[in-house]
Design a protein around this ligand. Structure first.
Ligand code: ADP
Ligand code: NI
Length: 226
């Protein structure tokens, strides 16, 4: 990921490199849907979006790197651990306090689950990080991640007797145990209409079509068709 931060000042580049090291260490042994490679892909997505957006590049890059260091799903639902840990780290390498607070707000507010709750913070940088993360949840990679997550949670691949549950509230979404295919209808196919940036939306449309193609094929095979 050294291609990072081409337009950044030397000091920012050092901060990004230090953060990258910290995140790699923190995520060693992480489950495959949220490992270092997820961060790497989201970082690439963010760069695609940043190419056509006016935004604070340092904030976006640091927030992307730190956005999943302590996912609440794996921490008994505590959604403050991630922002806290990110803040402690950024202070230890002397990043400007204003930047740290912005990065913490982004981490706090960007997940789909926060999207179902009350969102009380807005910035273009948050929107870019959110789009970049969402793009990694759809398309070919999104399919791989959904089944990885389902396997991790011991979910069924598909069960025609359990229909998707639409419009779940935050708690229901967290506690849902429905088959992995349902997740496409409950979340993944909805993401293209939730993109914040034009670049994000365009990429999302392409990845969306690919998921529809995949689901059509899945159903054919499930039904014993060729
Ligand atoms: P993110 O890290 O992108 O904010 P989540 O933490 O909600 O998203 O989920 C991580 C990955 O696991 C995503 O690709 C998501 O689609 C997938 N996932 C989350 N919940 C489920 C589920 N109930 N069934 C299948 N996949 C899921
Ligand atoms: Ni993520």
């Amino acid at each position: 990921m050294k291609a990072a931060s081409v337009n950044q000042s030397p000091e920012n580049k050092v901060h990004i490199a230090q953060t990258e090291q910290f995140v790699k260490q923190s995520l060693a042994g992480a489950e495959a849907g949220h490992d270092w490679w997820h961060i790497h892909r989201v970082y690439n997505n963010a760069k695609l979006i940043l190419a056509s957006e006016k935004a604070d590049q340092l904030v976006v890059e640091l927030a992307v790197l730190l956005h999943d260091i302590d996912d609440s799903k794996f921490n008994g639902g505590d959604e403050e651990i991630g922002p806290q840990k990110a803040g402690d780290f950024l202070r230890s390498i002397h990043v400007e306090e204003k930047i740290i607070r912005h990065v913490q707000e982004i981490i706090r507010n960007m997940s789909f689950r926060s999207g179902l709750g009350i969102v009380n913070f807005h910035s273009r940088e948050l929107e870019i990080v959110q789009d970049a993360d969402r793009l990694d949840a759809i398309g070919a990679i999104g399919i791989a991640r959904a089944f990885t997550y389902g396997g991790f949670k011991n979910r069924e691949i598909y069960n025609p007797e359990i229909p998707p549950a639409m419009n779940m509230r935050k708690e229901e979404y967290k506690n849902s145990s429905s088959p992995s295919i349902n997740h496409f209808y409950e979340k993944l196919l909805l993401l293209k209409d939730q993109m914040n940036t034009e670049t994000g939306r365009q990429i999302a449309l392409e990845r969306h079509s690919f998921m529809e193609l995949y689901l059509g094929q899945f159903k054919s095979e499930w039904n014993g068709e060729r």
